[in-house]
Design a protein around this ligand. Structure first.
Ligand code: AMP
Length: 215
């Protein structure tokens, strides 16, 4: 049997990144994330695409969506190189969902359900290692030494878009553009919901069971 094709949906801060990494390790599949791909290419010149801004950075720092043309291409390239995958951060609107259905088929669509108050608390307290990308939280999972990564000793930074104002804007953009994507998969009858407010281990177990049941 081919490797599972998993889509993990949820608002910013729902835990998609953390859980996707674990799923990728557990099932031996690729972690395909448009957020990381865009962060690694923030200053890419996209002016030839007749977009409003000339780089992904301008959209990301404002908490807005990067144009579909840019992210669709990233996803197409990444999926064509993967057998199994867990997709994280895409699709973010119905047009992207339609594009995705043209280029691949999904085995499991899992929605991580987390309340808005919890999302804001998680995102504004998040700190990320500048070197290895490990995630921390100033209150819920602080590093042993302030500002220093436990794993690699790198500097812990706050993502440019994790400040309170940008977090609010990202959640607004999520409600407007991405919540309809969740409804779309619910209407198709393929969505499974997982309570995203347990411990990372509990949430992972629930997701793993759903993926195993679907594949
Ligand atoms: P994330 O790390 O998934 O929260 O993504 C960070 C930022 O990257 C978002 O706020 C958007 O500006 C951009 N981004 C990530 N994925 C997408 C996508 N599928 N469509 C458009 N913009 C995206």
């Amino acid at each position: 049997m081919s490797e599972p094709h998993v889509l993990l949906l949820g608002a910013p801060g729902a835990g998609k990144g953390t859980q996707s990494k674990r799923l990728a390790d557990a099932f031996g599949i690729e972690h395909v994330t448009t957020g990381d791909a865009l962060r690694a290419n923030k200053d890419m010149d996209i002016s030839h695409m007749e977009t409003e801004y000339d780089t992904p950075r301008a959209y990301m720092d404002a908490g807005e969506l990067v144009p579909d043309e840019v992210v669709n291409e990233i996803v197409k390239t990444a999926l064509s190189a993967a057998d199994g995958y867990v997709l994280d951060g895409y699709p973010r609107n119905l047009e992207q969902a339609e594009y995705l259905s043209d280029i691949t088929s999904l085995d499991a669509v899992v929605f991580l359900d987390v309340s808005e108050a919890e999302l804001v608390e998680r995102l504004t307290g998040r700190r990320v290692c500048d070197d290895c990308g490990a995630n921390y939280h100033v209150e819920f999972s602080p590093p042993a030494e302030d500002g220093v990564c436990d794993d690699c000793g790198g500097d812990l930074i706050q993502r440019d878009d994790d400040t309170e104002d940008t977090v609010r804007e990202r959640l607004r953009v999520y409600e407007e553009n991405t919540a309809p994507v969740v409804e779309h998969y619910r209407d198709e009858g393929v969505l499974v919901e997982v309570d995203g407010e347990g411990t990372p281990d509990e949430v992972f177990e629930s997701i793993r069971e759903e993926v195993e049941a679907a594949t």
